[in-house]
Write a protein that binds this ligand. Structure first.
Ligand code: PGA
Length: 252
């Protein structure tokens, strides 16, 4: 059975001191012999290397919350995919709803970011999800199909060669940071739909994992993970509290 993924997205939170101690507590809670999941932390970029230095043996993987859509050059303030590769960062998030909706990233920007990451051999967690309005209008599947197709079509050559480099995270925008989560019946239907939409494109795409994100807590993690075709969780708020994140990892 392939490994489940538990990812913690710390967003723009914490200080150097609090981030180091959070990472330390999470890393020390992982006992390799019994650890069956792949754990990925997404701290603020400034702290990535210090956190990387905490691990003698690699127990957790590290990811960047963002990457430039451009190759190296005159793009003040940006961090490129080749810099992430240079520093041995394993993963990068693309398409998170905060970047789509607050920072106005377009599909073109997201697809360029995916290309840059493939060029540099970095794994991608690509977020998709409907807004509250789309949910209320019962457009969830329509939106998800469009987002998945755009991702696959725009980077088809890369994805065909290395489908395993892409992980899709379904995060309903209305569930992020709100305490709301879809019902288990809704999730069963949506995960089945996402799986079929991906697999229909190419038989090789069955290796693309699909995560759920949005108000995951230690209390709901185990029941969420009973959803068929759910390969893991992307945790926001609860990943900032070591006990909660460790509990989520151990309940699965
Ligand atoms: P949340 O965030 O767990 O705080 O809802 C999830 C995310 O934004 O990835």
């Amino acid at each position: 059975m392939s490994k489940k993924i538990i990812a913690g997205n710390w967003k723009q939170n914490g200080t150097y001191k609090s981030s180091m101690s959070l990472a330390e507590r999470i890393i020390s809670s992982i006992h390799e012999d019994k650890h069956k999941h792949e754990i990925i932390l997404f701290p603020p970029s400034l702290y990535l290397l210090s956190i990387q230095g905490l691990q003698k043996k690699k127990k957790v993987k590290l990811g960047s919350q963002n990457v430039s859509a451009y190759k190296n050059g005159a793009y003040t303030g940006e961090i490129s995919a080749s810099m992430l590769r240079d520093m041995k960062i394993d993963y990068c998030l693309v398409g998170h709803s905060e970047r789509r909706h607050v920072l106005n990233e377009t599909e073109k920007i997201l697809s360029d970011k995916v290309s840059r990451l493939f060029e540099n051999n970095i794994n991608i967690i690509y977020c998709i999800g409907e807004t509250l309005r789309e949910y209320r209008q019962k457009k969830t599947k329509l939106v998800l199909r469009r987002q998945i197709n755009r991702l696959i079509k725009s980077n088809q050559e890369y994805i065909k060669k290395q489908p395993k480099k892409i992980v899709i995270a379904y995060e309903p925008v209305w569930a992020i940071g709100t305490g709301l989560v879809p019902t288990l019946t809704e999730l069963a239907s949506i995960f089945n739909f996402i799986r079929c939409t991906i697999d229909k494109e190419d038989t090789k795409y069955s290796s693309i994992k699909v995560l759920y994100g949005g108000s995951v807590t230690p209390d709901n993690a185990a029941s969420l993970m009973e959803t068929s075709h759910m390969d893991g969780l992307l945790v926001g708020g609860a990943s900032l509290i070591s006990k909660k994140f460790i509990d989520i990892c151990s309940t699965i």
